[in-house]
Design a protein around this ligand. Structure first.
Ligand SMILES: NC(=O)CC[C@H](N)C(=O)O
Length: 413
């Protein structure tokens, strides 16, 4: 087993010194499927969890990241060293029950310093039964991930009476985990029942608002939707009905929507799409505007006949440059995905609308002449820049144009 000591600096250069976790935090480790071992101090709940180890480069917004349902089946390494220093609160959540498997941090978590802090990250992790690891060389982990492609791993926070030397079994657990390819996780994190969403975006001095008079009806298919997407829709006057991932086209159209939204979510789109792809195909026949984000983009692409594949590393961060191919404008985007749509598999009549300036991978599509479009990245930010908020307005503009072209009393439903 290749141990990487948490206190060492493998680059041999003088780097910044980080506070060591305080005594009282138990032993903890991250073991990759190939046996690479990182030992540090535990945070949050004791226990172990297995998942794909990925890294996120965002400098802020760790609570939104940790509550993004798209992280089901994944252990996040934060490349930014100081995570947890503004604590946690009841507002910055993207779902009530986080789906992430565990968090890996460089520096020990300090006491929260923010007027919004309600809980220490350690207490918050415990309350959600999430395992954390701090005091490890996250640069070394990131470099390992870069070499291997997001590897399988096991994170463990030992209880006081446990034998902390026995990590070989944990390597076995990591190696035995089947991996995200072919895994359907959207069904796990989706809502079980249809519900209404009316909360609007957060503002300083007010907090979240509430949708007043609704102007449009949108059905959002929940593959693991981040709350801020729903807030962005409500903020533009949409009365949002959220339906489970396996809702049929009939169920969805039964709500008499003016537009349909396909959400982000975890897992392999090819696996998740087994039930969603036929539904989305049927929804496209309705002629209604359709907007997809991330997993929603991938499912829409599959429904249109394109292909998806797993990326080597994926994109996870809050500063990814993306070019809108129609306007030539570059937006700095928030991202979290490990699969991609293959642009050269897009059939005729489907245009690539956005491209990543990091690696030229596909970041969006548009159906020529129809109000159907989607993006791979996260225009709702949360966390991240708001450069791409215009896409929600684009969706609402499409809804308004369709309604103006086909007044309700002239429509079939
Ligand atoms: N944020 C998302 O919707 C992620 C989509 C998909 N699970 C991926 O990793 O590519």
């Amino acid at each position: 087993m290749k141990a990487v000591k948490s206190s060492s600096n493998p680059s041999g250069q003088d780097g910044p010194q980080f506070a060591a976790p305080k005594p009282g935090f138990g032993e903890a480790a991250l073991v990759l499927a190939d046996g690479t071992l990182f030992r540090g101090k535990g945070l949050g709940a004791t226990g172990h969890a297995v998942g794909e180890v990925c890294f996120n480069t965002s400098m802020t917004g760790y609570q939104e990241i940790a509550t993004d349902p798209s992280y089901a089946g994944q252990i996040i390494t934060f490349t930014f060293p100081h995570i947890g220093n503004v604590g946690t609160n009841a507002e910055d959540i993207e779902t009530k029950t986080p789906a992430v498997r565990g968090l890996v941090l460089r520096a020990a978590v300090t006491e929260p310093s923010s007027w919004r802090a309600a809980q220490h990250l350690d207490t918050w992790l415990k309350s959600h039964n999430l395992v954390g690891l701090a005091g490890v060389d996250t640069r070394a982990i990131t470099r390992r991930i870069r070499e291997l492609g997001a590897p399988k791993g096991c994170i463990v926070h030992f209880a006081d009476n446990e034998n902390t030397a026995d990590v070989a079994a944990l390597q076995g657990r990591a190696a035995d985990w089947p991996g995200l390819e072919g895994m359907d996780l959207a069904a796990e994190v989706s809502c079980r029942q249809t519900y209404k969403w009316s909360q609007t975006n957060w503002a300083l001095g007010r907090g979240y608002g509430d949708l007043g008079q609704a102007r449009h009806r949108v059905v959002a298919v929940d593959f693991g939707a981040k709350h801020n997407i729903l807030r962005c829709l409500a903020s533009l006057g949409c009365d949002v009905t959220v339906v489970p991932a396996d809702a049929s086209a009939e169920d969805i159209l039964g709500h008499d929507p003016d537009g349909i939204f396909l959400s982000n979510g975890p897992g392999d789109p090819a696996a998740t799409g087994v039930y969603a792809v036929p539904t989305v195909k049927a929804l496209m026949d309705s002629g209604l505007p359709i907007f997809g984000i991330c997993l929603g983009h991938q499912i829409l692409a599959l429904a249109l006949g394109a292909r998806t594949e797993k990326m080597h590393l994926g994109h996870r961060g809050a500063n990814h440059p993306v070019k809108d191919l129609e306007t030539g404008r570059v937006e700095i985007t928030s991202q979290n995905h490990g699969f991609q749509v293959l642009a050269d598999s897009l059939p005729k009549g489907i245009e690539e609308s956005h491209v990543s300036l990091f690696d030229r991978s596909n970041e969006g599509l548009r159906v020529t002449g129809r109000p159907i479009f989607s993006v791979q990245y996260h225009p709702e930010a949360s966390p991240g820049p708001q450069d791409s908020h215009y896409l929600f307005q684009r969706f609402v503009d499409m809804i308004e144009a369709e309604k103006a072209a086909k007044p309700k009393n002239a429509q079939a439903h």
